[in-house]
Design a protein around this ligand. Structure first.
Ligand SMILES: Cc1cc2nc3c(=O)[nH]c(=O)nc-3n(C[C@H](O)[C@H](O)[C@H](O)COP(=O)(O)OP(=O)(O)OC[C@H]3O[C@@H](n4cnc5c(N)ncnc54)[C@H](O)[C@@H]3O)c2cc1C
Length: 292
């Protein structure tokens, strides 16, 4: 019996997460649920707790490695309109947690609000970006975030103001179950000039990413003051392969996932790269994606 049938939510069972994740890895989610309202989300979260089912949030799946055996319990997706909207008031922009980062940047630029455009070309959602303080060379999302609204595992909604929020390299203090929305304080600028900058930045970012019809995932955090891709390249690991998983030739901090790539092969390639970089440079690389 489906314990979530009474809620205003799209409920699917045994959906392979490989159809959603950027790596194309991942076995089935027992329940994949897209609530259509905040009340429905609260209901699903509370019911999962009553039923003692584990609950996870999936954004775009671009910073996630999921085991081939899949995940028990509930995987939530914030894809309904109420979780993907944004609005502005002066230089303040409020965006919902399920909004695509690219849509947020286009929206901000269209309103003549600058700051977030340095993140153009990075896949994912607002919630996923806030969870891991996603960033590029000239900034990360945390530096513009002034408020965040979250939901806890008991369904309680909490607003964190700037003083409660701590962001550091690929880390944030936002560790509650769901990031519902955030407010960004941006600078006002001429939209045409901003659009030109956005286009330039997009070209630079895209040129640095591998082009892959198959799966891909950014694998390691940059160690302080260093570049993980450079360390992997110096260890001559570009193109190294375990099974159907390969270190990208174009940017060594990406793994490419060919057809039939497995989670186990991914872990073995991570281990191999970590070991060889450590042997050569003495530096221990740290994995960036969340592992389910
Ligand atoms: C081609 C490519 C380029 C990339 N470039 C960069 C880069 O330049 N810089 C960088 O920092 N990263 C980069 N990444 C990694 C990734 O895009 C970012 O980390 C992105 O912000 C993840 O967002 P997501 O929605 O895909 O999160 P997911 O992968 O879906 O989830 C990641 C984590 O966030 C949690 N989460 C997601 N949404 C929510 C929510 N609403 N509430 C609570 N928790 C949530 C998940 O539970 C999970 O723990 C890149 C990845 C790829 C594939």
């Amino acid at each position: 019996m489906n314990p979530f049938s009474e809620f205003d939510a799209q409920v699917q069972t045994d959906v392979p997460l490989s159809t959603i994740t950027w790596s194309h890895l991942g076995g089935p989610a027992q329940y994949l649920i897209a609530p259509q309202t905040v009340d429905a989300l609260t209901g699903v979260v509370k019911r999962a707790r009553e039923e003692q089912l584990p609950i996870r949030i999936l954004g775009s799946g671009s910073n996630l490695l999921v085991h081939d055996r899949g995940v028990p319990g509930v995987v939530l997706r914030l894809t309904a309109p109420v979780f993907t909207e944004a609005n502005t008031q002066g230089n303040r922009l409020k965006a919902a947690g399920g909004m695509k980062l690219g849509d947020l940047i286009s929206f901000a630029v269209g309103k003549g609000l600058s700051g977030l455009e340095s993140l153009v070309g990075i896949p994912g959602t607002v919630g996923g970006a806030l969870r891991g303080n996603t960033g590029a060379r000239n900034g990360d999302i945390g530096q513009w975030t002034k408020q965040a609204t979250v939901m806890t595992t008991s369904g309680e909604i909490i607003v964190h103001s700037k003083e409660d929020l701590v962001f550091s390299y690929r880390k944030s203090s936002l560790d509650e179950l769901v990031i519902l929305s955030a407010e960004f304080h941006l600078s006002e600028e001429d939209p045409q000039e901003l659009t030109r900058r956005l286009q330039k930045q997009w070209i630079v970012t895209k040129a640095s990413q591998p082009v892959a019809d198959e799966g891909l995932c950014l694998i390691f955090k940059d160690p302080p003051g260093m570049d993980a891709a450079m360390l992997i390249e110096q260890a001559q690991l570009k193109g190294t392969r375990v099974g159907e998983v390969e270190v990208s030739d174009r940017h060594a901090n990406f793994f490419l996932f060919h057809e039939n790539a497995s989670f186990e092969d991914t872990l073995r390639l991570i281990e191999l790269v970590t070991q060889q970089v450590s042997d050569r440079s003495g530096i221990e690389l740290e994995v960036q994606p969340t592992i389910w």
